[in-house]
Design a protein around this ligand. Structure first.
Ligand code: C5P
Length: 297
């Protein structure tokens, strides 16, 4: 059987509101997720034995890796006893709030299904995927979605580009500081004094659609408490000329929009990596492609 080569995109959160803490320890979110042209590449094929290899030496290749969890989930749920060989070319920074592991897991589930005859719909794969991570179901959308619950309740947006007019033609960057953050630690540091309620989440979403939304991420405060240099970095990026700088997910990377001179960026932020990015989307029958840029409506 042929090798399938699949692009596995990073995501950013264009807003992220934490609306409640649940008895099971998870938090209820309301967040607008978007896929990016920054991504990993996965090569997959059917094999005699399960095997995962990666060009990034620091990544664990055992059950801690979401790719392994996804391979086992597919076998368990589909009752198809096939094994797969996966090679992962890692480009998405880790512990960066960019959903790299979750994207890899979703991509692997999609790939397993393709390689075994495509018996299951994206909706079925999406439902299975929530068992192994909160951010994975999002990737079965078409690249822009409003996510609630733990993150696993995914509403696709038909008016996608209409709610993102600012971004259609402007330069976007992901800024990644050297130190990453553990998602669990960031949530643990969140001082949750009151339930903000679903109405507020809905209001945020409507503000977004009306083009005048405020950019916020409720996880910035706990992330900055855990690592105060992140707050300083955000201020410096704004001073450098970006129009806005917003932490993605539980950090530690930032989505930046605006046009400071690249020369000054590289000179002034020697310990930060900058990735130029675009928003991407996919059609329902295909997986993501690096250059399938989201179009302005
Ligand atoms: O689901 P996932 O494995 O990505 O979550 C990692 C950790 O982040 C969870 O164990 C939990 O502590 C925290 N989390 C949370 N609320 C969410 C998502 C994650 O508290 N909605």
């Amino acid at each position: 059987m042929d090798t399938l080569t699949l692009f596995s995109p990073a995501k950013v959160n264009l807003f992220l509101r934490v609306t409640a803490k649940r008895p099971d320890g998870f938090h209820e979110l309301s967040s607008l997720f978007q896929t990016l042209s920054l991504g990993d590449t996965l090569e997959m094929s059917l094999a005699q034995q399960e095997a995962l290899t990666c060009d990034e030496a620091t990544l664990p290749l055992d059950e801690r890796n979401l790719v392994i969890k996804a391979l086992r989930l597919f076998r368990l749920k589909s009752h198809i006893p096939s094994n797969f060989k996966v090679h992962l070319n890692k480009k998405i920074p880790m512990q960066a709030g960019l959903g790299g592991g979750s994207s890899n897991a979703a991509t692997v589930l999609w790939g397993c299904n393709q390689l075994t005859g495509g018996c299951f719909s994206d909706e079925v794969l999406q439902q299975w995927s929530s068992e192994i991570g909160s951010d994975i179901p999002f990737f079965f959308s078409q690249g822009t979605a409003y996510c609630q619950g733990r993150g696993e309740i995914v509403s696709a947006l038909e008016k996608t580009a209409a709610c993102l007019p600012l971004f259609a033609s402007l330069p976007l960057w992901v800024a990644q500081p050297k130190s990453g953050l553990e998602t669990k630690e960031v949530f643990r540091k969140l001082h949750f004094s009151k339930n903000l309620g679903a109405e507020i989440a809905q209001l945020d979403f409507e503000r977004c659609l009306s083009h005048s939304w405020e950019r916020f991420n409720d996880l910035e405060t706990p992330a900055f408490e855990l690592n105060p240099s992140l707050a300083r970095l955000k201020s410096s990026l704004l001073e450098a000329g970006f129009d806005f700088v917003l932490m993605s997910g539980s950090g530690s990377s930032f989505l930046c929009y605006g046009s400071p001179s690249s020369a000054s960026l590289f000179a002034d932020f020697s310990d930060v990596r900058f990735f130029p990015v675009h928003f991407i989307s996919r059609s329902s029958s295909n997986w993501y492609k690096e250059n399938n840029f989201l179009k302005r409506m």
